[in-house]
Design a binder for this molecule. Structure first.
Ligand code: PLP
Length: 342
């Protein structure tokens, strides 16, 4: 194994030793396989390649100050994958099988779990693909489910910082009754252009409004949105956003910290009233928001007063990270502790 520069890891792909797989055929899942092969032998007519029968997840395992390894909320990722499976007419992976494979792939790649001090983590990427060769638009009969891992760096290299975002009025990420609330590949391909334009214009990411009325905040790139005002954590309730596990956890932490929580429609104009705001997801936990521009309307919502993350975002972030690292008590059974001594 090449020496890994733990402190300079990006959110990219570094090969590890093993991945785990199982296959579905004749209505049944096979035994779990461990393999060193990074390639998937796939038929050129496989349904995932043409009709997007692909579902995936993203979660992290951490090496903690007590020497243990913790995986965060993997049962929730299993459940979200099951909901994507139902939406895309794919066979579900049981929570038990998902968790067994997640634990196994982390243990098999223990030497790739970054040290606590680096702030980096081991990212788990479960993916499910339809593999039956066919050119007709219909669900596949065979599937492969794989979990691979790769070490990824901390999102904030220079510390927790506030970023600028832009509302993309000319693009929609997902339709209200479409697939926005599921984690399937097509949603991401469809967001690449808006993301590219936002990044080229110097923004950290793009905001989508609800596709029907273009009135309410939906999502922020591959992250959910929340705003803080009057001691309240406000986050959009929308049929076209991915139910973020980070957002769900932050809502609980906000309640525990004595904030109120409101999940409801958030009109764009309300951005002007937030004292703090953030984009949240597995990659960064919270990416605090400095300013959100609506270029087409010539509007700019300045959220941070001094360009820095606000105190509530900081407190939410610190509490969240401390739970992930086993520093604060895991009151809700979110973490799975693995005993790995390597
Ligand atoms: C579109 C989208 N929204 C939100 C999120 C955040 O979800 P989570 O907190 O489960 O990582 C993600 C990332 O997984 C995403 O891809």
């Amino acid at each position: 194994m090449e020496k890994i520069d733990w402190k300079n890891l990006k959110f990219g792909y570094i090969p590890t030793d093993y991945n785990v797989r199982c296959h579905y055929a004749n209505g049944e899942w096979s035994d779990i396989e461990e393999t060193r092969d990074e390639m998937i032998p796939i038929h050129m007519a496989a349904s995932c390649l043409h009709y997007g029968q692909e579902a995936f997840e993203g979660l992290k395992a951490f090496r903690c100050p007590d020497g243990k390894v913790r995986i965060f909320r993997m049962e929730d990722n299993a459940k979200r994958l099951q909901s994507t499976c139902r939406a895309l007419v794919m066979p579900e992976i049981s929570t038990e099988r998902f968790c067994e494979m997640a634990k196994r792939v982390v243990k098999l790649n223990a030497k790739f779990i970054p040290p606590y001090e680096s702030g980096a983590a081991l990212y788990l990427r479960p993916l499910l693909i339809g593999t039956t060769p066919d050119v007709g638009v219909k669900p596949a009969k065979e599937y492969s489910f794989i979990i691979f891992v790769t070490p990824v760096g901390p999102y904030f290299k220079g510390g927790f910082a506030a970023n600028n975002y832009v509302i993309m009025r000319q693009y929609d990420r997902a339709a209200p009754l479409g697939t926005g609330r599921y984690k399937c590949a097509g949603n991401y391909a469809g967001s690449l252009l808006a993301g590219k334009i936002a990044h080229e214009a110097g923004y950290a990411g793009e905001f989508y409004l609800d596709a029907k009325e273009k009135k309410y905040i939906d999502e922020c790139g591959a992250a959910n949105f929340f705003g803080i005002k009057n001691n309240t954590y406000v986050t959009p309730n929308s049929l076209s956003i991915l139910p973020s596990i980070t957002n769900k956890s932050l809502q609980q932490i906000a309640l525990d910290l004595g904030l109120k929580v409101e999940q409801r429609e958030v009109p764009e104009e309300e951005l002007a009233t937030f004292e703090e705001a953030g984009a949240c997801g597995t990659a960064a936990v919270i990416s605090p928001i400095n300013r959100i521009d609506d270029m087409e309307r010539g509007l700019s919502y300045q959220i941070s007063k001094d360009g820095k993350p606000g105190p509530i975002c900081k407190k939410l972030y610190d509490t969240y990270r401390n739970i992930q690292y086993g520093i604060e008590p895991d009151r809700y059974g979110w973490v799975t502790v693995l005993d790995i001594t390597e």
